[in-house]
Ligand binder design. Structure first.
Ligand SMILES: Nc1ncnc2c1ncn2[C@@H]1O[C@H](COP(=O)(O)OP(=O)(O)OP(=O)(O)O)[C@@H](O)[C@H]1O
Length: 271
C-alpha cells in the first residue's frame, strides 16, 4: 500500500516553511474563494493541491506567493526572514501555467531576470544561470530565443528562472497542463529529480489524479464553494518513481485512493 489516509505523526514534523492559518479570501465581486483554509508545508515536502475547478487552488498558491492578500487569517513563515512586504525574500519562486518568457531575450537573458531585478551584475550571475540551465537540461541553449524552443523547452526555461534564486519553496500552478502527455511525463521526472537533488519544498497545483499520485509526498484535496481542505494525506515516496512505477499496483492503489477522495470532495457538485 503506497498511501495512508492518516497524517504523518506529529513527532516526525519539522518546523514549517509556510503556514496558512484559518485563511479566508473574498474577492471584491463577492466570491468567497477560500474559507477556513489551513495548510502547513515543511522543508522538503512535495505537496500537490488537487480539487475541482474553482475550489481555490490557484488563489491559495497566489496568496502564499504574496500575489494577493487574505481577507482574514494569517500566513506565517516560521523559518524565513521577512521583508517589508511580509514575504520571505528570496525563499519562494513561482512557475505559472504559461512559461511567460520575454520573446526579445535569449534563454540566458530570461533566466537572468530575477537576479537582474535584484541588481546582481550579469557576470556575477552567469555561473548560477548556467547551473540552473544545466539542471533543466538546457545547458546548450543559452543563446536561443523562446521562438526557437518547443513548449516543453520553454517550460524548462521557466523552471530554470524559478530555480536561479535557489528558493526553499517552489510554487507551481498547473505548469504542465498545456503540454502533451509524453512531455508532461518527462517534465514530471525532471521536477522530481531536482526536488530530490536540491531538497526544496514544492507546492504543485494540478487537476490530475495521476500526476499528483506520481509526484507527491503529500496530497491535499480541496473542496469548492467555498474552497477549503477536504483531505490531507501522505504518500510513501521510498518507492522509486520510474516508468515501471506508472504501471505498478502501488501506483494504481495510490491513484484509486486519491480519485476516491476527489470524488468525495465533489459530492453534491454537478459534473
Ligand atoms: N481575481 C478574481 N476576482 C474574482 N473572483 C476570482 C478571482 N480569481 C479567482 N476568482 C474566483 O475564485 C474562485 C476560486 O478560483 P481559483 O482560480 O483559485 O480556483 P482553482 O481551483 O484554481 O480553479 P481551476 O482549477 O479552474 O484553475 C472561483 O470561483 C473563481 O471564479
Amino acid at each position: 500500500m503506497s498511501v495512508s489516509e492518516q497524517s504523518a505523526p506529529a513527532t516526525a514534523r519539522k518546523r514549517p516553511l509556510v503556514t496558512m492559518k484559518n485563511v479566508t479570501k473574498t474577492f471584491s465581486s463577492g466570491t468567497v474563494a477560500l474559507t477556513g483554509m489551513n495548510l502547513s508545508v515543511e522543508p522538503g515536502e512535495f505537496v500537490s493541491l488537487l480539487g475541482p475547478s474553482g475550489c481555490g487552488k490557484s488563489t491559495a498558491l497566489r496568496i502564499i506567493a504574496g500575489l494577493g492578500g487574505v481577507t482574514s487569517g494569517e500566513i506565517d513563515w516560521p523559518s524565513s526572514k521577512i521583508n517589508s512586504r511580509g514575504l520571505p525574500e528570496g525563499d519562494i519562486s513561482f512557475v505559472f501555467q504559461e512559461p511567460t518568457l520575454m520573446p526579445w531575450q535569449t534563454v540566458f537573458g530570461n533566466v537572468y531576470l530575477p537576479l537582474r531585478l535584484r541588481g546582481v551584475p550579469e557576470k556575477a550571475a552567469a555561473p548560477q544561470i548556467r547551473e540552473a540551465l544545466a539542471t533543466v537540461g538546457l545547458a546548450d541553449f543559452e543563446k536561443a530565443y523562446p521562438r526557437e524552443l518547443s513548449g516543453g523547452m520553454k517550460m524548462r526555461v521557466s523552471i530554470a528562472r524559478a530555480l536561479v534564486t535557489k528558493p526553499k519553496l517552489l510554487l507551481m500552478d498547473e505548469p504542465f497542463a498545456a503540454l502533451d502527455e509524453i512531455t508532461r511525463q518527462k517534465l514530471n521526472d525532471d521536477v522530481l529529480a531536482l526536488w530530490k537533488e536540491r531538497g526544496i519544498a514544492v507546492i504543485f497545483v494540478t487537476h490530475s489524479v495521476f500526476e499528483s499520485a506520481y509526484l507527491s509526498s503529500r496530497i491535499v484535496v480541496m473542496k469548492a464553494r467555498p474552497g477549503r481542505v477536504h483531505a490531507d494525506f501522505p504518500l510513501h515516496t521510498e518507492i522509486a518513481r520510474t516508468a515501471e512505477y506508472r504501471t505498478s499496483e502501488d501506483y494504481r492503489q495510490a491513484c484509486e485512493i486519491v480519485s476516491r477522495s476527489l470524488h468525495e470532495a465533489m459530492d453534491g457538485e454537478e459534473h
